[in-house]
Design a protein around this ligand. Structure first.
Ligand code: NHR
Ligand code: GAR
Length: 213
């Protein structure tokens, strides 16, 4: 049976585009939801013939009421997997619990370093020689759910937050399809002790993309 996927976005949607182009059957992106009307990813979805909609968080008086409406819209697509792809709103515990074990995020740092925002600037200010992106299962703990896989880049002399972000995004566009394809194939799961690949527990530091592609 095909894996039904809903993708949540806030902006450009380049990770959505990578998923559209690199998902193996039996998967189908059945819906794309943005929380910002100007999100360019909505146009990418439309161009690919994927149902898409905006649920503007600014029309809601609280995080709870927005998330209740968001959950109803997500569930209308009957997803097996919900993918956060540059989604910029923190989600309430109730929503996150509802999708336990079936919600993934891509975070632009080598977690557990740099949870939250402005990750590229923070890696530069710390003088890190390596940076990257991490796929993890989403839990109530912000950017703290079980890690799946990381992709690394080398920080170059003269890098700015912008040049570094662009290099990390190049990695993201291979990393997210890899992890989502694992989930679709039934290879990636969330167990009581952590994420597993082919039934083997993934170490707390996550897998390395280089070992899997
Ligand atoms: N929600 C939960 N409960 N757990 C996670 O791990 C989540 C999550 C929601 C989003 C993505 C995350 C990232 O990869 C994500 C993971 C937004 C913020 C944030 O501070 C932080 C982390 C992430 C996404 N957002 C501000 C807020 O008040 C708004 C910022 C803005 O609109 O520009 O929600 O980085
Ligand atoms: C990606 O780099 C993603 O890692 C990051 O936003 C970008 C979205 O790009 N996510 C976050 O910062 C989450 N807070 P895209 O819209 O082109 O996929």
């Amino acid at each position: 049976m095909s894996c039904r996927i809903v993708v949540l976005i806030s902006g450009s949607g380049s990770n959505l585009q990578a998923l559209i182009e690199q998902l193996d059957a039996p998967a189908e992106i059945v819906g794309v939801i943005a929380n910002r009307p100007q999100a360019y990813g909505l146009q990418r979805a439309a161009a690919a013939g994927i149902a898409n909609e905006c649920l503007d968080h600014q029309g809601f008086s609280s995080r709870e009421t927005f998330d209740q409406a968001l959950m109803a819209r997500i569930d209308s697509y009957r997803p097996d997997l919900v993918v956060l792809a540059g989604f910029m709103r923190i989600l309430t515990p109730q929503l996150v619990r509802h999708y336990h074990g079936r919600m993934l995020n891509i975070h632009p740092s080598l977690l557990p370093k740099y949870k939250g925002l402005h990750t590229h600037q923070r890696a530069l200010e710390a003088g890190d020689s390596e940076h990257g992106a991490t796929i993890h299962f989403v839990t109530e703990e912000l950017d703290g759910g079980p890690l799946v896989v990381q992709g690394r880049v080398t920080v170059q002399p003269g890098d700015t937050a912008e040049t570094l972000a662009a290099r990390v995004q190049g990695v993201e566009h291979r990393l997210y399809p890899l992890a989502v394809n694992w989930f679709v194939q039934g290879r990636l799961r969330l167990s009581a002790t952590g994420a597993t690949l082919d039934g083997e527990l993934i170490a707390a530091s996550g897998l390395r993309m280089e070992d899997h592609s």
